[in-house]
Design a binder for this molecule. Structure first.
Ligand code: GLP
Length: 243
């Protein structure tokens, strides 16, 4: 695993954006696995800036997002589709037809998951997967206890995760109780993975995930078994982390 420790969030975001840029330049028709949450926002801002300067071209890029709340429409400003449009897709020249987020409105859980796996496979898998890290070690919405062999599936969100994400909603009652997420197996099949972490609140879980035992209780710990993982963080998140 490679570790890049930047002074602060802004510089960590630039490192992560540089890695994504390199991917897009080396393979213009690559498949990017994208993540939501507050952490990658700075990375997406950098990509937009470099696109505006003429340094990046997303016209042939395809993207596959990790997860989506079940029951939220793309127009709902808390849906991850809305997030991706707002924080990235609306500001770059990616063709929206080439961007994929699980269908939060598909009532048939099995169908929603099967359709999403079909999309991943039809694109030949993900070249570069971006991940954030939940405070309980979740990746995507794979909560502690998630079986490593799962592909895209429907999850019941933990109270911890609903509380953590409640800040984006009017009240905790509005936070959906379920979500569709790529599974650990789907994530582990990405050719390369970049994990972005920021802030002191992630410090403990980063250590547990990357230096502790590999266990479904800390879903991100499985990443220790992947052979191309880059961890990008700021000083606050990586303090005391072996480098
Ligand atoms: C959500 C997302 C995850 C993300 C996590 C951390 O639960 N489903 O993909 O990694 O939040 O979010 P943040 O970056 O805001 O700490």
């Amino acid at each position: 695993m490679r570790v890049y420790c930047a002074a602060d969030y802004y510089h960590a975001s630039r490192v992560a954006a540089n890695i994504i840029s390199a991917q897009v330049i080396m393979k213009p028709d690559c498949v990017l696995g994208l993540a939501t949450g507050s952490t990658p926002i700075g990375t997406y801002e950098q990509l937009i800036r470099w696109y505006e300067k003429g340094d990046l071209d997303f016209s042939q890029v395809h993207s596959i997002n990790l997860d989506e709340y079940r029951g939220l429409s793309p127009e709902n400003d808390q849906s991850y589709r809305y997030f991706m449009n707002k924080h990235l897709f609306d500001s770059i020249n990616i063709d929206k037809k080439n961007t994929f987020v699980p269908d939060g409105l598909e009532p048939d859980k099995e169908k929603a998951c099967r359709d999403y796996e079909d999309i991943i496979h039809a694109h030949g898998g993900v070249d570069l997967q971006i991940l954030g890290l939940g405070h309980n070690g979740h990746i995507g919405f794979n909560e502690p206890g998630s079986a490593f062999e799962k592909e895209t599936h429907c999850v019941t969100l933990s109270e911890n995760t609903r509380q953590a994400n409640a800040r984006f909603f009017a009240s905790i009652d509005e936070v959906p109780t379920e979500a569709y997420t790529m599974g650990i197996k789907s994530i582990m099949q990405a050719k390369k993975i970049v994990v972005i972490v920021s802030g002191e609140s992630k410090n403990e879980i980063v250590k547990r995930a990357f230096t502790g035992p590999i266990t479904p209780e800390v879903p991100a710990s499985v990443l220790q078994l992947h052979n191309d993982v880059t961890l990008v963080g700021d000083e606050a998140a990586l303090a005391g982390f072996p480098r």
